[in-house]
Design a protein around this ligand. Structure first.
Ligand code: ADP
Ligand code: GLC
Length: 495
């Protein structure tokens, strides 16, 4: 009798990221780092996270035990690798405890004055170095990943360390969340990385005389992904490539775009604890109560019939919110309202604050980061504005769709892949703008106001929006297949 074949062991995957929701978040990367690992676990992978020991992380990861005393690397003095579990999802998480490099206030990347930390090269080299050594089986005797999955430039050097370390059997996958942030440093500091000198060349990390950590991922990962199919095509062009389009074109055979999902445990209008009234596509009346509550909370006139546009965003050039400022007079003329929550460039912050001062009751602005208010804003607004100049995926439009808050988006990146213009009577879920000049946005805002004046038509689009399914479970299956390709590529097997 033939023995039944043994089941294949689950694929071991290490996710390496600089931020993770709800511990520390500057943008969508944190949402992805929180939601993708448990989604992969649900489809059978054995997943762990590797995180820098920033105070918000080191103090929150549960049940930590010491895995390895690493000693002094990257000038960090004492470095200890611990492993515990993420709060809520219980995904195992390694934490690099390196107080000299990580235990400080501010954001993961900048001090409280918005200046990049001067030792960011050492800080993110350490994260990457630990990832590569875990992948080589040198730090944790009990667990070695089959795939090291690095997110953004912060973790990208792991791909170069693994390439420089031929004994590592693991495959590397690198995800570009935003090509605009590249991790550029002075080439004079190349020696700090401890990589062999050939990595200094243009075939390595050199980028116009500087050292580019993003390039480490683009050059050396076995597979590259980005967070939407359209952005995967865009970054291979000079318009969206930030000077790296040539490097990306060379790897086009190994690059793919996989759409992010919505974390249903965090963004769900039927059970969102931040909302005073919950609602669903079948029972949407609670949304009107959310709108009134939001108008009251932020000091807008309590007008149920005024179309309320919302923004939850970093206030940066990428997000195209200067176009919204230019289109504001038209929005106000239509009798619509605007609520903006965000922080970022001082000029944009000041301009929105000034708009709120000049139009009390019609424009409200909240500067700063507030997770619960973001939920109330998405629920209480009628439409959510995302007029980005480029957008790798974008999550706020996905949250908008789920909350029946129709997205007004520019046709770029993940926005183009997730929103269909209401001009399409069968499939429309929002409003899509084709050009980055204010008149184009004005036109979309006018169309939104016109549709809003026809409640049955607006509600039909709303129902369709709420029925969209951007689940992480579908994305996790695609990642799993990609990991299989990466492992085969590492072993030199053609796929
Ligand atoms: P990006 O990562 O480029 O900033 P995304 O749309 O992918 O854009 O993700 C932004 C995430 O950050 C969303 O979860 C959004 O709700 C959140 N966010 C942005 N600004 C704020 C803010 N001021 N307060 C709370 N959440 C915010
Ligand atoms: C980046 C992008 C955003 C994307 C997020 C998560 O911050 O700007 O479009 O949704 O990463 O992948």
């Amino acid at each position: 009798m033939k023995a039944a074949p043994l089941p294949a062991p689950p694929l071991r995957v290490l996710h390496v990221a600089a931020e993770v929701f709800p511990l520390i978040k500057t943008g969508g990367l944190a949402d992805v780092a929180a939601a993708l690992p448990p989604a992969l676990a649900r489809v059978g992978a054995d997943v762990r996270l590797l995180l820098p020991g920033l105070p918000a992380i080191a103090d929150a990861v549960l049940h930590q035990r010491t895995i390895r005393e690493i000693g002094p690397v990257f000038g960090a003095g004492r470095v200890t690798l611990r492993c515990g579990r993420m709060p809520f999802t219980h995904v195992p998480a390694y934490v690099i405890d390196a107080p000299y490099l990580y235990r400080r206030g501010g954001s993961p990347y900048q001090d409280s004055n918005g200046q990049e930390w001067p030792d960011n090269l050492q800080r993110f080299a350490l994260l990457s170095w630990v990832a590569a050594h875990l992948a080589a089986g040198e730090l944790d005797n009990a667990w070695t990943p089959d795939v090291m999955h690095a997110h953004d430039w912060h973790a990208a050097a792991a791909c170069a360390y693994m390439a420089a370390h031929p004994s590592s059997a693991a495959a590397s996958v690198f995800t570009v969340h935003n090509l605009a942030f590249q991790g550029l440093f002075s080439m004079a500091d190349f020696g700090l990385l401890g990589l062999p000198s050939p990595f200094m060349a243009a075939t390595g990390l050199e980028f116009h005389g500087q050292l580019s950590l993003m390039k480490a991922g683009l050059k050396f990962a076995h597979r590259i992904t980005t967070v939407s199919p359209t952005y995967a095509r865009e970054i291979a062009t000079p318009e969206f490539g930030f000077g790296l389009d040539g490097v990306i074109r060379e790897r086009s055979g190994e690059l793919s775009g996989i759409l992010n999902g919505v974390d249903q445990d965090v963004w769900d209008p039927t059970r969102d604890p931040a909302l005073a009234t919950r609602y669903s596509a079948e029972e949407p009346t609670g949304k009107a109560a959310c709108k009134l509550a939001l108008q009251a909370e932020v000091g807008l006139a309590l007008q149920p019939d005024a179309l309320l546009f919302g923004v939850v965003s970093r206030l940066t050039w990428q997000k195209g919110l200067d176009l919204l400022l230019a289109a504001l007079p038209m929005l106000l003329k239509q009798g619509a309202q605007l609520v903006v929550q965000g922080s970022g460039e001082p000029g944009l912050e000041a301009a929105f604050l000034e708009a709120a001062r000049a139009h009390p009751g019609q424009v409200a602005v909240r500067i700063g980061y507030d997770e619960a208010l973001a939920h109330r804003l998405v629920a209480g607004s009628d439409a959510i504005l995302v007029p980005s100049r480029f957008e790798p995926c974008g999550l706020t439009q996905l949250y908008g769709l789920r909350y029946g808050t129709l997205p007004v988006v520019r046709r770029v990146g993940g926005l183009a892949d997730t929103v269909v213009d209401a001009a399409d009577a069968e499939r429309g879920t929002g409003f899509v703008v084709d050009a980055d000049w204010p008149a184009a946005l004005e036109n979309a805002l006018e169309r939104a106001v016109a549709l809003y004046r026809q409640p049955p038509d607006w509600q039909a689009v709303m129902r369709r929006a709420m029925a969209q399914d951007f689940s992480w479970d579908a994305a996790a299956q695609v990642y799993l297949a990609l990991y299989g390709d990466a492992v085969a590529a590492r072993r030199g097997v053609a796929q």
